[in-house]
Design a protein around this ligand. Structure first.
Ligand SMILES: [Cu+2]
Length: 230
């Protein structure tokens, strides 16, 4: 989840988010280098008469400042496109969860197992106990196994919602009558928070997503318990 005073992204909990963080840092380095270089260059032009003459009638320099940005843009575009396609890839999922957006809660169906489905409502502020996060915790967390490639099918029962978990680097619109998919592999056990990311009505801010990642063995125990409950 987000931390107080946080400036960057949340810690990565999936390989995809690690790549996104890496790309962000890569872009930031390029940006810092470019800004400082151009800043110095502009200042130099203002201060120094010789530089000004060299800049206004310099054929070689014009060639360089036309081609260099192309190279810089390529260095940004290549990893960016690579990441775009990686994040869209749903390669042979080991498990599928269906998540439906409702006004205003999420429901989950574990279609690989019999009778495992539930609604997930935010815990109202008055009912919070210690250890719960306000506006983020839910009454039924979606439990998922770690080290397993999980596919989430996202759709909606009423208006457009959006299923997003920042620390996993995933976000998909939940559109009524349409099935969107995303996939993730959680690398370590933990509790990962997300929120509806499409303004969907009065209680848009009150339909968080909570994933509880546990080891595959514990996950199977949980599935058995859930199936017995219904
Ligand atoms: Cu929503």
């Amino acid at each position: 989840m987000a931390q107080w005073g946080q400036l960057g992204f949340q810690d990565a909990a999936s390989p995809l988010m690690e790549e996104i963080l890496f790309f962000h840092d890569h872009t930031l380095v390029l940006l810092a280098l470019l800004t400082s270089f151009l800043g110095c260059f502009s200042l130099n032009m203002l201060m120094n008469r010789y530089t000004l003459r060299f800049v206004t009638h310099g054929q070689e320099l014009e060639t360089v400042w036309t081609s260099l940005p192309i190279v810089v843009l390529l260095f940004l575009a290549m990893p960016s496109l690579r990441l775009l396609y990686i994040s869209d890839e749903v390669s042979t999922p080991e498990m599928t969860i269906k998540s439906l957006g409702h006004q205003w809660y999420w429901s989950y169906e574990y279609s690989d197992f019999k009778d495992v489905e539930f609604d997930s409502y935010m815990i109202p502020t008055d009912d919070l106990t210690s250890g719960h996060y306000r506006l983020l915790d839910v009454d039924h967390r979606a439990v998922v196994p770690t080290d397993t490639s999980v596919r989430v099918l996202v759709a909606s029962a009423d208006v457009i919602h959006s299923w997003a978990v920042p620390s996993l680097g995933v976000k998909a619109d939940a559109v009524p009558g349409r099935l969107n998919q995303l996939s993730f592999l959680i690398s370590r056990p933990g509790i990962y928070y997300g929120q509806c990311s499409e303004i969907c009505g009065a209680n848009h801010s009150f339909m968080p997503i909570v994933l509880e990642a546990i080891t595959p063995n514990h996950f199977l125990e949980w599935v058995n318990k859930m199936a017995q409950l219904t």
